[in-house]
Design a protein around this ligand. Structure first.
Ligand SMILES: Cc1cc2nc3c(=O)[nH]c(=O)nc-3n(C[C@H](O)[C@H](O)[C@H](O)COP(=O)(O)O)c2cc1C
Length: 226
């Protein structure tokens, strides 16, 4: 393991969407997940349920979900709206810029709807990552527990980075939760909260090298009493 600082992990982590075909050693994965379990959560309830997939299990879920999407013509019953129906600026334009940067790097034009859909569908194969993680929680959990899930995700992403692995957080799985639950043997009482791709970054892929900008501190910070 490298001696990467939290700052370095935070600064170098970016969403990776093309992976090497190289397995992640199970002990390394185990270590990441054990450490991530140290994440803070309100009341220490630790609401996360974690399904970790690789190999046949991953491929089988990917196939079922992709099949479901094709059969349903993309119609879904999402766990929650991915964004507010009227996403206001600056959020709306940030979202647009984020997509454009990604599709530019992939060489997919705005009007090339088919290739955009194909690219989106890659979410449902964990972008070819050797390991896929699905995070869920009990359906009767509330918004504070969603925060806990986010914190847990960030722990996994930074711990992975520290170990030379890359990740991509994914809301996509929550858009088609039903076949995900079926594939994992989860009941309707479980809410699919997110996915995480995990593996070794493929080199020489422009889409893995994009730098999504961040707003300046002044845009959203108010210091009080300083
Ligand atoms: C909760 C969450 C859900 C996300 N869902 C997806 C997703 O479904 N598919 C995807 O390609 N990227 C997804 N992303 C990645 C974001 O697009 C990415 O984090 C953002 O553009 C910033 O880029 P960076 O991660 O490279 O710094 C998600 C990120 C977060 C935090």
């Amino acid at each position: 393991m490298s001696s990467m600082s939290v700052t370095q992990a935070l600064m170098t982590r970016k969403s990776v969407r093309v992976y090497e075909d190289k397995p992640v050693p199970q002990p390394l994965l185990q270590e990441i997940l054990e450490l991530a379990g140290r994440s803070a959560s309100g009341g220490n309830v630790q609401p996360w349920k974690v399904d970790v997939l690789t190999g046949d299990a991953l491929n089988s879920m990917a196939q079922s979900v992709q099949g479901f999407i094709q059969q349903s013509g993309g119609k879904s019953e999402p766990e929650f709206p991915t964004y507010p129906s009227k996403l206001a600026d600056p959020y709306h334009s940030r979202r647009g810029d984020c997509g454009e940067l990604m599709y530019d790097a992939l060489g997919i034009a705005r009007e090339d709807k088919m290739n955009r859909i194909m690219q989106t569908m890659k979410n449902y194969n964990f972008f070819g990552a050797p390991v896929g993680i699905i995070l869920s929680m009990d359906r009767d959990m509330g918004q504070p527990q969603c925060l806990d899930i986010g914190i847990y995700m960030q722990s996994i992403m930074l711990l992975a980075k520290e170990r030379g692995l890359d990740t991509c957080p994914q809301v996509s799985w929550t858009v088609f939760p039903q076949p995900v639950r079926e594939a994992l043997g989860l009941g309707d009482d479980k809410k699919i909260m997110a996915g995480i791709c995990l593996g070794y970054k493929a080199e020489g892929e422009a889409v893995n090298e994009i730098s999504q900008e961040r707003a300046a501190l002044e845009d959203y910070i108010s210091f009080h009493g300083f």
